[in-house]
Design a protein around this ligand. Structure first.
Ligand code: C5P
Length: 300
């Protein structure tokens, strides 16, 4: 038996961050879009839970018990009383420690794959509950599409979004630690609100499929903190603006920078400008929205 699953990375089209709470987390009001940089995971039966990781930057990903996909498989096994193991082979496309929730996509993919492999038959809602235990972004990797995230980012409601969005994704030569970016946000933001709000103008622009309006209202409360920790991002943002992007924003906790383009050709042109200016390690072209974690092939 083999199960092959794909799970998407995400972009935060807007990310409003509130004041740190007693549990250490920050209340969020974000609009997620799942994009076509995807993690592919192949699950096969094994005695224990093991993982291997391939793809660019694979050497940066732990393959021990700290791996989020391993934690997901173990959580599903203990929640359902399964005693079988699994080998997880992950092919990464989402930048590592880039603010696009690649590790969360791996965890969502592992939940879906092991549910199929072990025939545990959990509902999507039950899988979402387990996902939220693994990390704030894991439920969205399961959900996909376009959604508002509140709470820690794990409470989702779907958003009506028309049209297809083309992104140039500017990869940074280094990663940023999400907790560190939130800590810097705390230092920079003395009086953050307890109740961050979703950007209504963004929701209207998505409903209308008005790409230019979406570009104008992209926003991220963590951007200043990410730029302070990775000051070279100022140049990336400048070059992307000058290249005529409809909007430019740091994705999540960064340091990946995403640029909204008018179409695939425009996205490629922005990518060339970023590479020529030497402000990014590499570029990718991504399209959104795409579906959440799902089985794409199953044998045996
Ligand atoms: O939930 P997850 O494990 O992905 O979060 C990683 C870290 O990011 C947390 O330990 C916390 O420092 C920070 N975080 C936060 N507020 C959120 C989500 C994440 O402070 N809403």
């Amino acid at each position: 038996m083999i199960v092959r699953v794909r799970a998407p990375g995400k972009i935060n089209l807007s990310l409003a961050v509130g004041r740190r709470q007693e549990d250490g987390y920050h209340p969020l009001a974000t609009v997620f879009q799942a994009v076509s940089l995807v993690e592919e995971l192949v699950a096969t039966p094994a005695d224990d839970v093991t993982v291997e990781v391939a793809g660019p930057q694979a050497d940066l990903v732990p393959v021990d018990e700290g791996n989020l996909a391993v934690r997901a498989a173990r959580l599903l096994a203990s929640a359902t009383g399964v005693e079988a193991g699994v080998h997880l082979a992950i092919r990464k496309e989402v930048p590592v420690a880039g603010g696009m929730a690649g590790g969360s996509a791996d965890a969502a993919a592992a939940l879906v794959a092991c549910d199929a492999l072990w025939r545990t038959g959990l509902s999507r809602a039950e899988l979402a509950d387990l996902a939220a235990e693994l990390g704030s972004d894991v439920p969205f990797a399961l959900h996909g599409g376009t959604a508002v995230g509140t709470g820690r980012g794990h409470l989702l409601s779907p958003v009506l979004s028309r049209g297809e969005y083309h992104w140039t994704v500017g990869l940074s030569p280094r990663g940023l630690s999400t907790p560190e970016v939130f800590r810097r946000f705390d230092e920079l933001t003395a009086s953050a609100t307890d109740e961050p709000e979703v950007d209504e103008a963004l929701l209207r622009a998505l409903l209308a499929g008005d790409t230019a309006a979406v570009g104008r209202v992209l926003g991220n409360d963590l951007q200043r903190a990410a730029v302070e920790l990775a000051p070279e991002l100022v140049d990336t943002l400048d070059v992307a603006h000058d290249a005529g992007a409809l909007g430019v924003v740091v994705s999540g906790s960064g340091p990946t920078v995403v640029c909204l383009a008018e179409n695939a050709g425009h996205a490629a042109a922005i990518g060339r400008e970023l590479l020529d200016a030497g402000v990014v390690a590499d570029v990718r072209h991504a399209v959104g929205p795409v579906p959440g974690a799902r089985v794409v092939a199953q044998r045996g």
